[in-house]
Design a protein around this ligand. Structure first.
Ligand code: TYD
Ligand code: MG
Length: 488
């Protein structure tokens, strides 16, 4: 009865077509249709979640379970912070990241942490053998002891076997590493194809919801940044957590791009070391590059990541462009935001960079999508162009508007307190309703617009620069001059 049929399945959205087409008619992506053998009986063979025998009846909202769910702390505070307090029992999580970033390492450490405090964990791996996993565990200091005893390793890529084992052992958490290696017996497609990935995830979701066992899926991320396989996976799960970091660097950043049980703005910061991922003791300092003295093009910003203030160094380099279109490269900063700042600098602050190559990035591989970073980026660009440093003890925070005006940011006091704690002495902030802001140990310099900010930030270098900068005509001329290689 199970007649094998061939369909063309879009690897981006999961839509099925009878014929190959260049563009998916459902999600408009190009070249995403892949021929997949589909066995007709697969879909309706999905077992009903246990505990839901018979028809499901509606229940009043007030009666649907405990209002407060007990979360399982994972033993890693930075991860708990991103999750919103720990893993919710019966939830389905997806941890995404590029191959080699440290997903398996993180989850093995989490498995050890949960097993120590809340009972068993089933770690199913389709990528490594049980021996390889054991080797890694001993590197992480999980070689033996009660926690190691409570983590059961299942080296399989068959979802049925995982579910069977989970129902028999009833662990608190099941880790599936990775969803791209998992297959469902009844389907013919290869592991990693949309059909297999989706069906495997659906069955594991039944396990999570039906049996109240939290399931953590590991998903590899493709080059274009999406979690490989169908994006439909992201709709299915309760939370998508992404582990990222600079290639070759030691910092690892954890962020939720979707979270049904908490906010998505919290950032977790780890360091990859000899014995796995370590929480960074002082994340407020982690994104400040180490160098002595002030350097042109470097400005420290006080950004907010969720509820946590983070000081981060913005670095910019501008140099006269050769022939052709000038380069604009941003890393950790939204390129469209950079383009906007370049335009505002040129039109409203006399800092013309139209004929310069522009490079801007954040130290430590951090990405910040917060408008409060604007002022620091603008100051760093101007500082590099004029080859004048901003004092090392100064931070800048503020959103830049199209008219060159500075707009207030949220949580200014929190940012200033963090800056003061880390030894900064001066803060350039938007004028306006925040003027009254006072934090011990830090001098607040309120400025209304970009021009004033440049004056306040760059002038400090040497005395005679002040007069030079204050005359608008001089500023304008310098901009013209700056286009010539002489200054570079
Ligand atoms: P891994 O967790 O296997 O990555 P993923 O599961 O995301 O593919 O991490 C592999 C990398 O981490 C590898 O390059 C080595 C490094 N690593 C350490 O630096 N220290 C350690 O203790 C471990 C276990 C791995
Ligand atoms: Mg792995």
């Amino acid at each position: 009865m199970a007649r094998a049929q061939s369909r063309f399945v879009c690897q981006a959205c999961g839509a099925e077509f009878l014929r190959w087409e260049g563009q998916c008619r459902s999600c408009a992506e190009w070249n995403t249709l892949v021929e997949t053998v589909i066995t007709a009986r697969a879909r309706d063979r999905r077992p009903a979640p246990s505990g839901t025998t018979g028809p499901v009846a509606p229940v009043p909202l007030s009666a649907s379970g405990d209002a407060l769910v007990d979360r399982l702390p994972t033993g890693m505070r930075e991860l708990d912070r991103v999750l919103g307090g720990g893993i919710v029992p019966g939830s389905l999580l997806l941890i995404g990241g590029e191959p080699g970033v440290g997903k398996s390492t993180l989850l093995l450490q989490v498995a050890g942490g949960i097993a120590a405090a809340h009972g068993g964990v089933l770690y199913a791996t389709g990528e490594e053998s049980a021996g390889q996993l054991r080797l890694r565990a001993s590197r992480l200091g999980l070689g033996d002891g009660p926690a190691a005893d409570a983590v059961a390793v299942l080296a399989t890529s068959e979802v049925g076997a995982i579910i069977e084992s989970a129902r028999a052992r009833r662990p608190a958490v099941v880790v599936v590493d990775s969803i791209q290696t998992m297959t469902v017996d009844e389907l013919d497609g290869p592991a990693g194809s949309v059909g297999q990935v989706r069906e495997s995830a659906l069955r594991l979701m039944d396990l999570a919801k039906g049996d109240g066992i939290a399931v953590v899926l590991v998903g590899h991320v493709t080059k274009d940044g999406s979690i490989a396989g169908p994006r439909t996976l992201e709709h299915l799960v309760d939370a998508v957590i992404e582990l990222g970091g600079e290639r070759g660097g030691v910092m690892r950043l954890l962020r939720a791009s979707k979270n049904r049980f908490g906010s998505t703005d919290e950032l977790g910061v780890f360091e990859m070391g000899e014995s796995g991922l370590r929480e960074v003791a002082d994340p407020g300092r982690a994104f400040l590059a180490e160098h002595d003295g002030a350097a042109p093009g470097s400005v420290v910003a006080a950004a907010m990541e969720g509820s946590r203030p983070l000081l981060v160094e913005v670095q910019a380099l501008v140099s006269p462009a050769g022939y052709g279109t000038p380069a604009r490269r941003a890393s950790g900063i939204d390129p469209t935001r950079l383009a906007l700042l370049l335009a505002v600098l040129g039109r409203r602050a006399g800092v013309g960079l139209g004929s310069h190559d522009v490079y801007a990035n954040l130290a430590g591989g951090l990405t910040v999508a917060e408008p409060g970073l604007d002022l620091a980026v603008a100051l760093a660009l101007a500082s590099s162009l004029r080859d004048r440093p901003v004092d090392r003890g100064t931070i800048a925070v503020g959103e830049v508007g199209l008219l060159g005006e500075l707009r207030p940011v949220s949580g200014l006091d929190r940012r200033l307190r963090e800056a003061a704690r880390l030894g900064f002495e001066r803060a350039i902030v938007p004028a306006g309703r925040v003027v009254g802001s006072s934090v011990e140990g830090i001098v607040v310099v309120p400025v209304a617009n970009l021009r004033d900010a440049l004056r306040a930030a760059l002038v400090a270098a040497t005395g005679d620069d002040a007069a030079h900068l204050q005359a608008p005509a001089e500023v304008a001329r310098e901009t013209v001059d700056a286009g010539r290689p002489v200054l570079g």
